[in-house]
Design a protein around this ligand. Sequence first.
Ligand code: TA6
Length: 302
Amino acid sequence: MAIEPSLAALQSAFARPGAVAFEMSPLGGIVARLTASGNTSTIALQGAQVLSWIAGGFERLWLSPAARLGTGKAVRGGIPVCWPWFAAHPHDDTKPFHGFVRTRPWEVVETGHTEGAAWIKLSYETGIADLALWPQEAEAQLTVRLDKDLSLSLLTSNLGEVGFVMSQALHTYFAVSDIAQVRIEGLDEMKYIDKLDTDARKVQSGDITIEREVDRIYLGELGTITLVDGAVPQRRIATKSTGSHSAVVWNPWIEKTKRLGDMGSDDAYKRMLCIESTNAGDDIVLVPPGADHTISVRYQVK
Ligand code: TA6
């Protein structure tokens, strides 16, 4: 497991003037800050977790006011990387929910910039500490690119001698002004697994609105999924994924927000909505020895 390098070492090796800088976050860990096209994004080395994306002058991601780095717990909000399994481990629910890399230190392997764009690539390679959780030799590499949009690409490489099956998610928490004025376009007529109704399989009818806890895995060749925040100023964010045939829509609503206990306030559910790019549900991925798989997503403010 990588030891977190010093801030000075990171600055010296990977800073790019005006595009990539490293700093101590008020949340208590080292973060990279990307600046490009008048936008910014902040990524924690812990979990390679995007914590912030400010585009067009607005913060587009929701982060719990209770979020802290270095506590051994996953940070609630931003874009958690759920790997190498999504939700509960398929055979052993004593293992961490959403895999184990959200709390691990990832290693910066590359940064770069061009006119109007900046990016960072971080890596997590499984090691001895992970064997009890997942006895595979694998590497995850997350590339975060900021330009007028925000793009993430998660490459999984099988470094071992045996194939493995995995599931995963880029578990994005979008900020919304009022959940009562939000809808999701683009999933009409798509099949989904309703996690709140004994995994019943259903079909979406029209746009999605949120009036209760929602936890659904949409399945199939999903096109552009658009979050529409109808409050003033109206905001639209289009999401388009590749390497994925599933997507999760989740809002904890009132009771689950209280049960989670790290949302920052009992009414936090009104200001967030997860639209996640996944390999989840029926959409699990086999990675043969020496092979790899990439899931990616682009977020565009419309
Ligand atoms: O992606 C939706 C979900 O699986 C929900 O069921 C809820 O558990 C959410 O993830 C958050 O999981 P976490 O482990 O971050 O508390």
